[in-house]
Design a protein around this ligand. Structure first.
Ligand SMILES: [Mg+2]
Length: 179
């Protein structure tokens, strides 16, 4: 007798799809790393871009993050194709100012990394350096209503991760008792 395969999640497939879709939507890990460097260079002058990219990879390895990336990109793509229901279609397509679900989804990434992540997310969203500026150019061709916030959140989370790790390293170096 035929028994259908029960649904089982393949974590590797989710991770691969995340990498693949970020690249397809024009975002590289180097560009996210550059945002992280922008956020942390004043605090850690020796911080290299390569080190930033290692932290971006660590953030992207988390399932919560992968889920947010795929959900946001899917909504952007559907909006580009005109396939959403009205009036969601118009709101996402036009990056409507009063539609805040893009930021809320991105906060599910930042949530994993604590308050430094929140501060950095707000800061980078205001300044929109590097790839964030490009994602915000509304040239009519692409919709990046969700992706700009998601990329900012990944960078903010990686920056937070660096801040916490560096502090731990400092404390280990000076042999201060951890309380
Ligand atoms: Mg947005």
């Amino acid at each position: 007798m035929f028994t259908p395969n029960p649904y089982s999640l393949n974590s590797r497939k989710v991770a691969e799809a995340t990498d693949e879709w970020l690249a397809k939507r024009g975002v590289s890990k180097t560009q996210i790393g550059q945002l992280v460097h922008f956020l942390q260079k004043d605090y850690f002058p020796d911080l290299s871009l390569d080190e930033c990219i290692v932290h971006v990879d660590a953030v992207l390895s988390k399932r919560e993050v992968q889920n947010a990336v795929l959900t946001g990109i899917q909504l952007d793509v559907l909006a580009e194709e005109g396939k959403l229901i009205t009036p969601l279609q118009e709101m996402i397509k036009n990056d409507e100012g009063l539609y805040g679900c893009d930021e809320v989804l991105a906060l599910s990434i930042v949530n994993v990394y604590g308050s430094i992540g929140f501060t950095n997310f707000g800061y980078i969203d205001k300044l929109k350096p590097g790839i964030l500026k490009k994602l915000n150019e509304k040239n009519g061709e692409h919709t990046h209503t969700f992706l700009d916030d998601i990329v900012g959140a990944i960078a903010a989370s990686a920056a937070s991760r660096i801040a916490h790790r560096k502090q731990a390293e400092r404390e280990a170096d000076t042999n201060l008792p951890l309380d």
